[in-house]
Design a protein around this ligand. Structure first.
Ligand SMILES: Cc1ncc(C[n+]2csc(CCOP(=O)(O)OP(=O)(O)O)c2C)c(N)n1
Length: 287
């Protein structure tokens, strides 16, 4: 009885009983906390807990699946987005969050990322971008800074990093934002807006890896918040180019770069529109 009560209380706070095994001080803790606060705030605004679901990728970031108390699926490395798209098509009434790493999203899962920007499924993608494949002990990802030395790249990564904000904009994403994990208030606010957005919302969260990419820790002085306003596409493109993901150079704008309305994947599908209106999932089961 005591245990059941404890579980119920943890559930109400969206926490679980699992011991958190992220490194002390890892910004993944902060992404968990800003997500928890965003969901609790949305629940106060009328969102139902049982309508939230998540898919997590594989990596340090993916452990958020064990700590945030909502339903979902632990995905495969690189395949969190298609898994979430399937969930959304199965039950168009869910609000689905996808938690993925930069390795997960921009390396193994790059094609899914680009097509999600194009197809516009009504999902929220949260990328924990620590500029390294951290769970596998720190190899370079597509956003690692040029020259990043690792055990696998002892001479330094010779590739130029991609710019995920620029990529998402050019692929047609309808909501594009960047936050710093350490800014819990801004991250909470942006996550709420992203979840409310009808369509594919992409939230890139800059975070440190305290163990494998120490250079990525020195970025705070470059961060600044962009004005909250409706921005046209060219203005968003210009802002996106202020930071090229090579560390120690340029300003790093944070906030919502761009938001536009376009029909979502499920709005393009008449069968799904019907199910959505009835509030039921694929098999006619009331949810
Ligand atoms: C298909 C597949 N490829 C590779 C792996 C090995 N793998 C597991 S975690 C991981 C690194 C994850 O890096 P990232 O997505 O950046 O997340 P982080 O650990 O930095 O949070 C890799 C390469 C795997 N599990 N499955």
């Amino acid at each position: 009885m005591k245990d059941a009560l404890k579980r119920e209380m943890l559930g109400a706070e969206l926490r679980t009983e699992k011991a958190i095994t992220w490194c002390p001080g890892c910004p993944d803790h902060m992404i968990l906390e800003s997500s928890r606060r965003a969901l609790l705030s949305l629940m106060k605004q009328g969102y139902k807990r049982e309508k939230f679901a998540m898919v997590a990728g594989i990596g340090c970031h993916g452990k958020i699946f064990d700590y945030l108390n909502i339903s979902g699926i632990y995905g495969l490395h690189g395949r969190a987005i298609p898994t979430a798209t399937g969930m959304k098509l199965g039950n168009p009434n869910l609000n689905i969050l996808v938690y993925a790493g930069d390795g997960d999203t921009y390396s193994e899962g790059m094609e899914h990322f680009i097509h999600a920007c194009r197809f516009n499924p009504d999902l929220t993608l949260v990328v924990h971008d620590n500029q390294s494949f951290s769970l596998t002990t720190g190899q370079a990802t597509p956003t690692s800074q040029k020259g990043f030395k690792t055990k696998a790249e002892p001479l330094g990564d010779f590739n130029k990093p991609i710019n995920p904000i620029l990529l998402a904009l050019s692929a047609g994403a309808t909501f594009v934002a960047r936050c710093s994990a350490r800014d819990l208030d801004q991250t909470q606010e942006v996550l709420e807006q992203a979840i409310k957005h009808k369509g594919f919302s992409f939230v890139e969260i800059i975070q440190d890896c305290l163990v494998f990419n120490l250079d990525a820790n020195q970025q705070d002085r470059f961060l600044y918040k962009i004005k909250k306003k409706k921005r046209n596409f060219n203005e968003a493109l210009r802002l996106a180019q202020e930071y090229d993901y090579n560390l120690g150079t340029g300003k790093i704008p944070t906030g919502i770069f761009y938001q536009i309305h376009r029909k979502t994947l499920d709005e393009e599908w008449p069968q799904l529109i019907k199910l959505k209106k009835k509030g039921i999932g694929w098999k006619g089961v009331k949810r």
